[in-house]
Design a protein around this ligand. Structure first.
Ligand SMILES: O=C(O)CCC(=O)C(=O)O
Ligand SMILES: [Fe+2]
Length: 509
């Protein structure tokens, strides 16, 4: 059977999880196998044809043109010969058999241009978020880190074109210029685009953005383009960028322009923390770490490694609380049922909004959880001091190309969907892989960064659970876009129902 059981469905996106990117490699290998089989069959067929033809030539040479004499009686001989020869070679000239092999290429798995488009947009989101200069991104590096391999002129052109088609004109001009430079470095040859088209995109983008294209090509090109196609628009070309509110910037730094456009303070804080997170968790005199038994006798032998991140709301990390064998088991169980992660709208609907969240999600059923991870519930109850009886099913997430989750509250707002068990009182977030750079969970209102460290759990309380049960404003949090590495997490949300509370949660629905 050609199709593997772990196949993705058409409407799912390859780039949204590392898991499916791995499968993409497998799929490519499967395709290579199909092509190899096809080549083998085709080579055999052509060899056979060659052999038969050489037999025919031999006969022809020997029997017909011997001594350059044409005998009438041999006409019949020749006709029969041709008739049977043709039948003989007909089979070898028709490649039906080898073509059948090619049909094994699985068209059900959507590998259309849409996927390239989405992956390119994911890369672009990553670039804008971390402010990675195009020259670095195209070289596969960021600061002193390797984030991929170098992009050739064709690949740069693809990104440029997709930016343009998505009306991201800062992107198209930036990538266009770097495509042009690469094209020049590669000797002015390209198999995949026409450089005149490239120039056209650059000049058009320069009109939309206000960047002056003459500084890109130098004066030699000015004449040609201004004279022919764009003279009527040339008044639009200037070095200032006009914003919709009427303000003007004279900056030619593209990221400075994006910065000026971004007005949401919480998003700005989120970006800053994601970018500089590695310097955020140096130990200070206020940092408190301890071995914690939670009055549990068993934990005298194996105490929790508890670290305080904040007191209001209470946020803690528990190191080494989930074991490697449990992590492997969890990944194995869910990997066949991951789908694109969704966000909850203010009306309580589940929506796919890639600019807010990109990843793949899978749930563990209650049966699987109680069969394999019952002890984990005990651990959760011990650290939270709360019941898991009404907890939401474990949710596993794997992030892919630029996978992220923009700042949000885990707790539901009033009227945000039907809530028979109350609100998500606590979140326990297990890290199932370590991400070296930029995979943090960030609380922008608190200036807090939690690194993804395999086996650790991040616990916080979403509500003012000791008073009125209202959402704690400072629990706003998000997952920084993953730049390199493979981020796996699992969350368990505990609900208000069945907890010992000082307020009636039904008043808050
Ligand atoms: O992946 C993370 O670090 C955060 C995930 C999260 O906030 C969520 O799943 O609700
Ligand atoms: Fe969350």
């Amino acid at each position: 059977m050609f199709r593997s059981q772990n196949q993705l469905k058409c409407n799912q996106k390859w780039h949204t999880s590392q898991l499916s990117l791995r499968r993409l490699y497998d799929l490519q290998n499967e395709h290579f196998n199909v092509f190899n089989d096809y080549l083998k069959l085709e080579t055999e067929r052509l060899e056979e044809l060659k052999k038969k033809l050489s037999e025919i030539y031999e006969w022809h040479d020997d029997k017909i043109t011997k001594n350059n004499t044409y005998f009438h009686i041999n006409s019949l001989k020749m006709m029969t010969r041709i008739h049977y020869d043709f039948q003989k070679i007909e089979h070898s000239t028709c490649n039906k058999h080898s073509m059948e092999g090619l049909n094994k290429i699985d068209k059900d798995r959507d590998l259309s241009g849409d996927q390239v488009n989405l992956a390119s947009q994911g890369l672009r989101r990553l670039q804008k978020f971390y402010e990675i200069p195009t020259i670095d991104m195209a070289a596969g590096k960021y600061k002193d880190r390797i984030i991929g391999s170098q992009l050739d002129a064709c690949e740069r052109y693809v990104i440029m074109k997709i930016c343009f088609e998505n009306h991201d004109f800062f992107g198209s001009i930036d990538w266009g210029v770097h495509t042009y430079k690469k094209w020049t470095n590669e000797g002015g040859q390209s198999k995949c685009f026409d450089v005149e088209h490239l120039k056209y995109y650059i000049i058009l983008s320069s009109m939309y953005t206000g960047f002056n294209y003459t500084t890109i090509f130098g004066s030699s090109e000015t004449h040609y383009y201004a004279g022919h196609i764009f003279a009527q628009h040339s008044f639009l070309m200037r070095d200032e960028i006009y914003f919709t509110d009427g303000s003007v910037t004279t900056s030619l730094d593209i990221f400075n322009v994006y910065r000026t456009l971004d007005t949401d303070n919480r998003r700005i804080d989120f970006k800053r923390l994601c970018k500089h997170g590695e310097t955020m968790r140096t130990l200070t005199k206020d940092s408190k770490c301890r071995y914690q038994t939670k009055n549990c006798t068993y934990r005298l032998l194996m105490p929790f490694k508890e670290e305080d991140l904040d007191n209001d709301p209470c946020i803690k990390i528990y190191h080494d609380i989930l074991y490697d064998d449990e992590i492997e088991k969890i990944k194995t169980i869910v990997s066949n049922r991951m789908h694109d992660s969704q966000v909850l709208s203010s009306k309580g609907e589940n929506l796919l909004v890639e600019k807010n969240r990109s990843g793949k999600t899978g749930r563990l059923s209650e049966d699987e959880a109680s069969k394999h991870f019952d002890k984990l519930n005990t651990r959760i109850e011990t650290i939270t001091g709360m019941s898991t009886k009404n907890a939401e099913l474990y949710q596993v997430v794997n992030y892919g190309l630029g996978g992220h989750y923009m700042p949000h509250y885990d707790g539901f707002m009033k009227n945000q969907g039907y809530r028979p068990l109350g609100n998500r009182i606590a979140t326990v977030l297990f890290y199932m892989s370590s991400v070296q750079n930029y995979g943090y969970t960030v609380f922008p209102s608190l200036n807090i960064v939690s690194p993804a460290e395999k086996g650790a759990a991040l616990l916080w309380y979403n509500l003012h659970y000791l008073t009125d049960g209202h959402i704690h404003d400072h629990t706003l949090h998000g997952s920084c876009p993953v730049l390199t590495g493979n981020k796996w997490i699992m969350t368990r949300w505990l609900y208000e129902d069945d907890q010992k509370l000082l307020y009636n949660w039904r008043d808050n629905i």
